[in-house]
Ligand binder design. Sequence first.
Ligand code: A3P
Length: 288
Amino acid sequence: MSGIRRAMPFVHLPQTPEGMPLPPLKSFLTDPGRRLKAIQDLQTGEKDILLNSYPKSGSHWVHEILSKLLYDEHTQTRMEDGFLDFVNDFSSLSSLPSPRLLYTHLPAQYLPQDHVKKGRKIIHIVRDPRDIAVSAYHHFLNVPQFERFFTRDWDEHLANFMSGNFIYGEWFNYELKYETFAKTNNVMMLIYEEMKMDEEKAVRNIADYLETPCTPAKAAKIASECSFSQVQERRKSGQFAFLFRKGDVGDWRNYFSGAQEEKFTLLFREKMKNSDLMKYYSKINSKM
Ligand code: A3P
């Protein structure tokens, strides 16, 4: 994809004090330290649920399932409504239905401290990083305001992703640290590929974690209503329609060259060697 012209030189992304790049959202561009502190200090309700993931891991999907499990048909919410990194003003969070569904991409150390310490519920979704790289590539291409910040060149984009020169930092480091965090906190870990294999089972497991009654018929109905095609249809005329792009497992094969695949596999094996995710992904994809 070389030969694609850059419209203008890239502008630096906002950062955390440790230098982790943050997305160019108004909240972080204005005063990243203030927003990070506001998130860490956020007081949550006893039943509030924190949804958390590295970008492009399938959080909208999980949000749709949670919303259907928790609220009636007139009270459905969108993930963007409780997105702590994105909302302009935290006062809007008080108008969310209870229990609130709150969401952040921030890594474990930046989660609302009160929520974590009190053992309130946290749901984390993980996805094959190769599909995340592809999904993020399209996300960046689709937001005109992002053009100043992100490359339009696939090879350069993938190199940035692999080196950790990426919003919310390096995927490997993020998920390794999360794995440790999840073992000592009240976290439900979901895997995108596993959910895709059995969407009804995913709904039942989430309902169990929420301690919400869910008959097999209800689980089947919610799984169907939250399937990619139905969500894409529901969201097709909204501002964020572009987020519901393909919803596939393995789309990375359409983008990675043979050399890129090989390099990525080696990096994954080296970085994730002792992790549970390594065991999982090598089981479902023998090449990883
Ligand atoms: P693709 O770009 O590969 O299609 P997030 O919600 O965390 O931003 O993740 C976005 C990814 O989840 C996108 O992946 C999107 O299409 C996919 N997605 C959204 N809704 C989904 C659903 N109901 N089922 C499966 N995948 C879904």
